[in-house]
Design a protein around this ligand. Sequence first.
Ligand SMILES: [Zn+2]
Ligand SMILES: [Zn+2]
Length: 407
Amino acid sequence: MFPAKNMKVSVQDGPVDAKGLKRKVLVAEQDFAVGDVIYKEEPVVATLDLDLEGKGTHCSYCLRHIQKGMAIKPEVDRLGSVYCSKDCQVKANVQSQKLLFSTEPYLPPELDAGIVGEQNAEAREKAQSELANFVTSRGKSTPLLAARFVARQVALETVKMIPGQSDHAALPKVCEEGNDYGLYDHIERLRFVEATVDENEVNMLREVFKTALPGLETAVNEEQYNLWKGKMLYNVFGVCYNGGRDDKPPSTERPEDQERTRTPYGTSKQVGSGFYPVSAYLRHSCSPTARPSFSTGTSELHLVASTPIKKGDELTVSYVDTAQHPDESADDARRRRRQELARGWRFKCECARCLEELQTADVAAELAEFGVERDESKVERTAERLAQGAAFPAAPTGAADASMGPD
Ligand SMILES: [Zn+2]
Ligand SMILES: [Zn+2]
């Protein structure tokens, strides 16, 4: 069952999109009062904002702030990542960091049997350095999130080959016990926007995989990678706690090219981004019923009710800062939030608040100005068929999930 019953929400069919497909929405399975925590969710992958990576001030795994001098620093880490605890270090390593940015042999000695060993060390260092430079020089989180996502899928498969291995690679428990697989089927249903992928990006990642373990590069499929990246762009949340930070360097990119994460606090306040498979189903509203909260000071997302919610109500959050700032008129604020939505998620907001506030003249002007149709986000072909009523395919029961491998 997805989401797990204890999350007290369900995924259901909502209104139809521009293509006539039913959108998936998240619905409350019981009543909630204002301030109630509806559920808590761990990210499948997360990244610190790139300006904080390598600074030693925040944990690269859980995104927690680290007291001066308390950071755990791995011997070799091409991203300069540090951790708040041994636990975070081990998890990060198993899930993706070892494969992407460390010199540690990818396979444990009992499986490696000296095959890979030292022979690739130089090529591996070069491949990893290139990837790290690419990621940090762009200052964008999406390539790193997508790389970590692929690495994590590979790690899940690798762990299955190792008897008695700990479950540090295990996915967050968003499905019922023993049904983790289903997670990838549900990610398949998530919407995405078209991502721009640098020509070298996929090759760079493939090289990192190949030099860690020859053959592993087949896990990086260009089409699939582009899709993951588009899903990251559309679905990740900004992680922001304690009122957020004020020291994030302003983006030098054109507003159209800037990365945006779902956060009602504003992307400039966040310390990082996370991909949450259940919360990804939350639709945007400019007058939302809930908000993401990171009150533990980590990447753990708590969904908190911001209005009274009845069983059966759709849960919504605001993807952008909808407040009217001191230097803005009400019209300016409305224009800004709608423009951010159009740029980041490629849709024109049709929430109750927007419909109430907008005049017909505004709608026509926006079409010309934002250059976005009603909703340009997409779903995969399989998910389209499902939305049209086809039966959902049964999850594979074997060791390998066909949708994760190369084809
Ligand atoms: Zn940590
Ligand atoms: Zn709206």
